[in-house]
Write a protein that binds this ligand. Structure first.
Ligand code: ADP
Ligand code: S3P
Length: 294
C-alpha cells in the first residue's frame, strides 16, 4: 500500500482514521463515515476531533492509495466521492418519483450470469421499498437442495427449467418485488408470459466483464460453466460467448435494456468496472420511465 504524508489541506478529498474528509468550496470541512453497506453518512466535525484540541489541531493527513470498503481507490483518488453520495440521493429521489407509476408491479431483472441481477436487484428493491427475491434461491427451496449445481447434477437441466417456470408463474401473481431471474429464464416463451405481468429489464454487460466477475467468485454455483476445457478465463469466456449468442435475441424481449457501456459513457467513466450498482439502479428507473411513457 502506498502511503504519502501530506501536510495541511492540499487535497480536496482524503481519508482520515477511516473517515472521508472533503474540503468544501468555502474551505470548511465535511466528514463522512461508513454507516452500513455502500452508505456513507455525514458526521459532525466534533466527532472527528477531540473537543479540547479542535481549534488548534494541525492536520497531518495520510493520503493512501487503497480501497476503502466498497469504494475503489480509483474513485477515492479521482476525488469523485461526492458522486457516490450524490448517486444515493439521486436513486432515492428517482425511486420516490417512479414508485407511483410502477404501481406495485414486479420488476424482473434478466441478463447473463454475472450481469449483476442480484446485486442491482437488492439496491433497487431497497430504494423502492420493495421485497427482493432471487429465482435460483426459490428453486433451491422448492426442490429442497442447497445449490442450483446440485439440481443440475441430480435431476438435469430440464427439471431445473420446469421449476424455474413454476417459480415465475407463482411470482406473476405477486406485487412489489424486484426479481433476480436466472440467466436462462429468457429462453422459454412461457416465462415471458409470466414476466409480462410486471416490467422486465435486461442488464446488458460486456462478456469480458461477466467473465472477470465470475472468475473472481468461481463457477461453483454456475453449472453451465463447467463444460469447456482450457484455462479458467478462456473457458468461461468461450461458454459465456456461446450462451450469449444463443440467447441474445431472447434478452431483447425485455421491456427495456440497461447497458453498462452506455452508463459508463454517460458518466464519462473510461472503465465500465467503475459503474456502481447504485448508478445502474438509477438507469433502470430511467429506462422504466422511458418505457412507461412510450
Ligand atoms: N456494478 C458492479 N460492479 C462490480 N462488480 C459487480 C457489480 N455488480 C455485480 N458485481 C459482482 O459480480 C458478481 C456477479 O453479480 P450477481 O449480482 O451475483 O450477478 P447475477 O445475479 O446476474 O448472476 C458478484 O460477485 C458481484 O459482486
Ligand atoms: O444462465 C443460466 O442458464 C443460468 C444462470 C444461473 O443464474 P444466474 O444468472 O443468477 O447466475 C442459474 O439459474 C443456472 O445456473 C442457469
Amino acid at each position: 500500500m502506498e502511503a504519502k504524508v501530506l501536510q495541511g489541506m492540499q487535497s480536496s478529498t482524503w481519508i482520515m482514521r477511516g473517515r472521508i474528509v472533503m474540503r468544501k468550496q468555502d474551505s470548511s470541512l465535511q466528514f463522512f463515515q461508513k454507516s452500513g453497506e455502500q452508505k456513507w453518512s455525514e458526521v459532525p466535525a466534533s466527532c472527528c476531533f477531540p473537543t479540547s484540541k479542535r481549534r488548534s489541531h494541525r492536520l497531518v493527513v495520510l493520503r493512501v492509495s487503497c480501497s476503502s470498503g466498497n469504494v475503489p481507490a480509483s474513485v477515492l483518488e479521482s476525488g469523485s466521492l461526492p458522486t457516490l453520495l450524490d448517486e444515493s440521493k439521486i436513486l432515492k429521489n428517482k425511486a420516490e418519483e417512479m414508485e407511483p407509476y410502477i404501481n406495485g408491479r414486479c420488476i424482473y431483472l434478466v441478463g447473463m450470469m454475472g450481469s449483476g441481477k442480484t446485486t442491482v436487484g437488492k439496491v433497487l428493491s431497497d430504494a423502492l421499498g420493495y421485497s427482493f427475491c432471487d429465482c435460483d434461491t426459490l428453486i433451491e427451496q422448492a426442490v429442497g437442495v442447497s445449490t442450483v449445481a446440485e439440481i443440475f447434477e441430480q435431476y438435469g437441466e430440464g427439471f431445473f427449467r420446469d421449476n424455474e417456470t413454476e417459480v415465475l408463474q407463482k411470482l406473476s401473481s405477486m406485487h412489489r418485488h424486484v426479481v433476480s431471474t436466472g440467466g436462462g429464464a429468457v429462453i422459454r416463451p412461457i416465462n415471458w408470459r409470466h414476466m409480462q405481468k410486471g416490467i422486465s429489464i435486461w442488464l446488458d454487460v460486456p462478456v469480458e466483464v461477466l467473465a472477470q466477475r465470475i472468475m473472481a467468485v468461481g463457477t461453483d454455483s454456475r453449472p453451465l460453466l463447467h463444460q469447456e476445457s482450457g484455462d479458467p478465463f478462456s473457458r468461461i469466456m468461450k461458454r459465456l460467448s456461446t450462451l450469449l449468442q444463443e440467447r441474445g435475441e431472447a434478452y431483447g424481449n425485455a421491456d427495456a435494456r440497461v447497458s453498462l457501456e452506455n452508463i459508463a459513457s454517460k458518466l464519462g467513466l473510461k472503465d465500465v468496472c467503475n459503474v456502481t450498482s447504485t448508478a445502474i439502479s438509477i438507469e433502470v428507473l430511467s429506462q422504466i420511465e422511458y418505457f412507461l411513457k412510450k
